[in-house]
Design a binder for this molecule. Structure first.
Ligand SMILES: [Zn+2]
Length: 140
C-alpha cells in the first residue's frame, strides 16, 4: 500500500524507533505513546485488521509480542502491560494496517483506559444467547 505509513516504515522509507524485527514482523515505539515503552507490533504483510490478516502473520505478530513483552519487562520493569488491538475507525483504529499495541504501565502511571472499559455484572441469559449466536457463526 503506497500511502500506508507502516508499509513505508517496513520498506525503510519512513523512520521509526525500532525495537525488534524478523522476517514477518517489525516492532517500534508508538510516536504518540500512552505510556513509556508503548510499542507497536506490526506484520510486514499489509492487512487492514483482524478480519483480513493471514493466520501466518497473525501468529508471527503474537510470537513477536511475547519476545517484546519480555524485553519491556527487563528494560522498564512495568507493573503490568496492556495488549490492545483495534479493528475499524469506529473503535479509534488510526493506521489501517494491523498492529498490536503493548502499553506498559508504571507504578505511578494513571490506570490505562483500555483496561477500564466499564465492566459490569452480566445478565446470564443474555450472555448465553450471545455465546450461542457467536458459536453458531464460528466457522460459517
Ligand atoms: Zn500497510
Amino acid at each position: 500500500m503506497d500511502d500506508c505509513i507502516f508499509c513505508k516504515i517496513i520498506k525503510g522509507e519512513a523512520p521509526c524507533f525500532k525495537v525488534y524485527e524478523d522476517e514477518k514482523v517489525i516492532a517500534f515505539e508508538d510516536i504518540n505513546p500512552v505510556t513509556e515503552g508503548h510499542t507497536l507490533i506490526v506484520p510486514k504483510e499489509h492487512a487492514e485488521n483482524l478480519y483480513e490478516i493471514s493466520p501466518e502473520s497473525l501468529a508471527a505478530v503474537h510470537v513477536a509480542s511475547q519476545k517484546v513483552i519480555h524485553a519491556i519487562k527487563k528494560a522498564l520493569d512495568p507493573v503490568g502491560v496492556v495488549a490492545v488491538q483495534l479493528n475499524g475507525r469506529a473503535v479509534n483504529q488510526i493506521i489501517m494496517h494491523y498492529h498490536l499495541h503493548l502499553m506498559p504501565r508504571g507504578a505511578d502511571d494513571p490506570p490505562l483506559g483500555a483496561s477500564h472499559c466499564g465492566t459490569k455484572p452480566g445478565d446470564m441469559d443474555a450472555l448465553k444467547k450471545t455465546a450461542e449466536k457467536i458459536a453458531a457463526a464460528v466457522g460459517e
